[in-house]
Design a binder for this molecule. Structure first.
Ligand SMILES: [Zn+2]
Ligand SMILES: [Zn+2]
Length: 350
């Protein structure tokens, strides 16, 4: 059976520049000269006929609030991806979303995914100059990405003409236009804000997006983050367990309950503190734990004094090697905007 929609390739497939599904859906509406709402309604009724049961594509999903937008990993947007993939007779559109990592991350998407659009004006300009359609990158939908790694400029989050936050796509689906004032989302080039340093997790997330764009990641464990944690706890020396404890303090409170799936932000902080990448944890939690377990530290048996250096910073204090309990202070300038404080540890925990 042939496709019921005109063919359209997602842009940047297989690369870190892969298109976000919301952007693809908008361009698909443009191609069919209908609004995104009309396309959603058409797909609802077409898919309902196909399956012989009522399918409703929730139109509020077209609005990007609370991370439940079209390029995320919510149930409502998965119904869209499923409908479009069937209508187009393709199976690669989920690579324009975070569906491939859904099983590993918290259902609370708002800490992983933005609630509104963010974009690099210079990427838009490059698209225009090359004569290719302007599109949103999947990478830009991630909360932790604050600049374009390619152009090293801060991502824009408001319309340069009217100042509106882009919670919605333009009704025509055109990614270049502001939903409120219909003007292009490109301001003057002289106002570009250069950001020379990457934010925490930029490299990790670029790697993750490239992997998603190529059909990965290969997630085997039911809850990779938990598997990583368990493996790490079982191989850590008393000294290194302090680091794990410090890293746990640095992580969100929710991460203390290892069974709870972490947000992307928590995963980034923990991976960074442990000196491994998020992708390593997702694909090989035990291997990542082995790498993270070999941390640098010194321990003086008589006084119980320890100093530990890890990727996120340093920790020092005293430790009882028999019980694994101890206390001291830590300084983690490399985690987020920097973090410091005191740590206490009892047997294998904090
Ligand atoms: Zn750019
Ligand atoms: Zn505007």
């Amino acid at each position: 059976m042939s496709s019921v929609l005109l063919p359209l390739q997602p842009r940047g497939m297989g690369s870190g520049q892969v298109e976000a599904f919301a952007s693809y859906f908008g361009r698909l509406a443009q191609l069919h000269t209908c609004s995104i709402t009309q396309l959603a309604r058409f797909l609802s009724s077409w898919r309902s006929r196909e399956l012989g049961r009522r399918i409703t594509l929730n139109e509020s999903t077209l609005y990007m609030t609370n991370g439940s937008g079209m390029s995320s990993y919510g149930v409502c947007m998965e119904a869209y991806v499923d409908a479009v993939e069937h209508a187009m007779r393709v199976d690669i559109l989920r690579r324009c979303t975070l569906i491939p990592i859904r099983c590993a991350v918290s259902p609370q998407r708002f800490e992983s995914v933005r609630g509104a659009r963010a974009w690099c004006e210079q990427c838009f300009r490059d698209d225009l100059e090359s004569g290719a359609p302007v599109y949103d990158r999947l990478l830009w939908t991630l909360q932790a990405i604050t600049r374009c790694p390619e152009h090293r400029v801060a991502l824009r989050t408001t319309c340069p003409a009217c100042g509106a936050t882009q919670n919605y796509q333009h009704r025509s689906g055109n990614p270049l236009l502001c939903w409120r004032c219909d003007r292009p989302l490109i301001g003057s080039a002289s106002q570009l804000h250069l950001v020379s340093e990457p934010s925490l997790g930029e490299r990790d997330l670029c790697e993750l997006v490239v992997t998603i764009a190529n059909g990965g990641p290969m997630i085997q464990a039911e809850n990779p983050f938990h598997a990583f944690q368990r493996a790490l706890n079982s191989i850590l020396s008393p000294v290194a367990s302090v680091v794990a404890g410090v890293a746990r303090i640095n992580g969100s409170a929710r991460a203390r309950n290892a069974e709870v799936k972490p947000t992307l932000r928590t995963m980034l902080r923990r991976a960074h503190a442990a000196g491994v990448t998020v992708l390593q944890i997702l694909e090989d939690p035990r291997g990542a734990a082995t790498v993270a377990g070999s941390l640098q530290g010194t321990f003086t048996p008589g006084s119980g004094a320890i100093t530990v250096t890890y990727t996120g910073g340093t920790a020092s204090g005293t430790l009882n090697p028999t019980t694994g309990g101890g206390s001291g202070s830590y300084s983690a300038p490399n985690i987020g905007e920097g973090d410091a404080g005191n740590w206490t540890a009892n047997t294998g925990g904090c």
